[in-house]
Design a protein around this ligand. Structure first.
Ligand SMILES: *[C@@H]1O[C@H](CO)[C@@H](O)[C@H](O)[C@H]1NC(C)=O
Ligand SMILES: *[C@@H]1O[C@H](CO)[C@@H](O)[C@H](O)[C@H]1NC(C)=O
Ligand SMILES: *[C@@H]1O[C@H](CO)[C@@H](O)[C@H](O)[C@H]1NC(C)=O
Length: 226
């Protein structure tokens, strides 16, 4: 039933996107990527704090999705006492997997990672999962950030869901540069900065999620910052 509903919603969405003008189709595209929405929520929050808007760098965002994948779906390893990918992984694994040119990697000036069993939309993930305390806000408002990349992904078969924001102090034109300007294909999951429609890659699994949630609701929620 839930699966049928999401298929129906998906086809209605496709219909409305294809039948509208190209400018509103573009707006619909950016609305259907939860990682882009996460960057929007972040930049609105920074603007409200009179901090600058950060450039959404697709190369950095693809690296954020790789960062999520390094946890291999293990929510229990997210948090202050959990595991953290080694710094060397950025150059040795994350960048090559994305097609980011190694010589263009810039320092990571902050990171936020959260995970839970239930899928929520980007603004709820931002406020309820990634922002845990004043330390998270210090990370968000840090003056050394110039750019950002966000990623959202389920794990094999759906739950648990991960949300990641990586910040960097690199310059927007010369850091996290992608070979040929396009990231290598990434599945599952969505990353920001490309204006790609990426609704299905995460939300596709919600039908299965509902069944899981009805059976056992595992309240695993944690987040951490640098
Ligand atoms: C930024 O978002 C957090 C979490 O929702 C909120 O607590 C904080 O007040 C927001 N900051 C501003 C300046 O709106
Ligand atoms: C910004 O970067 C400088 C130089 O690396 C560092 O000393 C400073 O603590 C950073 N500022 C913040 C707010 O993290
Ligand atoms: C960055 O790229 C944009 C668009 O390609 C260009 O307008 C801008 O001048 C560049 N900035 C720097 C600092 O190179």
């Amino acid at each position: 039933m839930a699966i049928a509903m999401s298929l129906l919603v998906a086809s209605l969405f496709l219909f409305s996107a294809s039948s509208s003008s190209s400018s509103s189709a573009a707006a619909a595209d950016s609305k259907s990527n939860p990682a882009d929405e996460l960057v929007d929520a972040l930049n609105k929050n920074r603007t409200a704090h009179k901090s600058s808007t950060l450039f959404d760098n697709p190369g950095l965002a693809c690296v954020a999705l790789q960062y999520i994948k390094a946890y291999q779906g293990r929510c229990d390893e997210v948090g202050p006492n959990g595991k953290k990918p080694a710094d060397a992984d950025f150059a040795e694994t994350f960048a090559p997997n994305c097609g980011v040119q190694a010589s263009t990697l810039a320092p990571i000036t902050g990171r936020l990672l959260g995970c839970q069993s239930k899928y929520v939309d980007a603004s709820e993930a931002f406020s309820g999962i990634l922002v845990q305390n004043s330390r998270s806000l210090d990370i968000i408002y840090n003056k050394n950030h110039t750019e950002v990349g966000a990623a959202v992904s389920g794990s094999d078969g759906g739950s648990p869901y991960f949300w990641c924001i990586l910040f960097s102090g690199g310059s927007r034109n010369s850091s996290f540069v992608l070979d040929g300007g396009v990231a290598k294909a990434q599945h599952p999951g969505c990353f920001s900065g490309t204006n790609d429609d990426c609704n299905g890659a995460v939300v596709h699994y919600q039908g299965i999620l509902w069944v899981t949630v009805a059976g056992v609701f595992i309240a695993v929620a944690s987040a951490f910052g640098l």
